[in-house]
Design a protein around this ligand. Sequence first.
Ligand code: AKG
Ligand code: FE2
Length: 287
Amino acid sequence: MSYQTIEVRPITGALGAEIEGIDLSTELDNQTFDEVHRALLENLVIFFRDQDLKPDQQIAFARRFGDIHFHPFMKGLDDHPEILELIKEEADTRTFGAVWHTDQMFNPKPALATMLYAKEVPPAGGDTMYANMYMAYDALSDGMKEVAGKLKTFNVGDRMKSHGREARKDRYKGSKAMQAKVKDPGDDVVTEAVHPLVRTHPETGRKAIYLGNHSQHFDGMTEEESAPLLKFFAKHATQPEFVCRFRWKVGSLALWDNRCTQHYAVGDYDGERRRMHRITIAGDRPF
Ligand SMILES: O=C(O)CCC(=O)C(=O)O
Ligand SMILES: [Fe+2]
């Protein structure tokens, strides 16, 4: 099906498309919104250029996709708590999201989508990479699909193995601005979850590998038992043929579907500043 109201230009053979002919600061009519939504489902991550958005306008666009999700470990902006400001300053050595992952996988109902809007970008570097988890599933042998279909992952939001089990507060030592945003989620917020390794996308019906750095081990297995296969899936799922890479400019906005992708924030711009406005949209329980 073609598009009537927008132009959709894929940027790789795997995933990702730039959307043209749209001003996100205005209220989108239903046909335009439906086409943007379809472009997201078909391309997994979509990019918009040269957008001039106030926080309220970004929040209004995000709300078209569902309820806003609030990060349990990180505080949003004082006057717009829906928006988490990601800042890496010149002196910072740590990059938020510099591991392959899918957002909020430690939540029993992880984020459906994430919207990132560039306010300040380095002259070079600070790209974001995305990987197509439908392709990762489809490329498995029938035998491995059968094994994968039986596995569940155990996921945590803090003290991850990939970060030497450091608590968030310590983990963000290399980033003063982000460290200041760390909060305690409180006892009533669940930050550990078991999910199927192969999930069915609730809108497309397609199967995707569901994995990220929050995944510690397979449910019902030890870390040692899980490690070889977890490592295989992680490497398999992020091979170059399944990946795209987005070069940011000020005013660029990315929207990705966390149910069928992983992403990686490339931390190759020490000494430069980068500042992004991030909103996550609430999702359902994976099945
Ligand atoms: O800063 C980026 O490029 C992405 C960071 C990230 O992982 C996220 O916003 O979920
Ligand atoms: Fe992320």
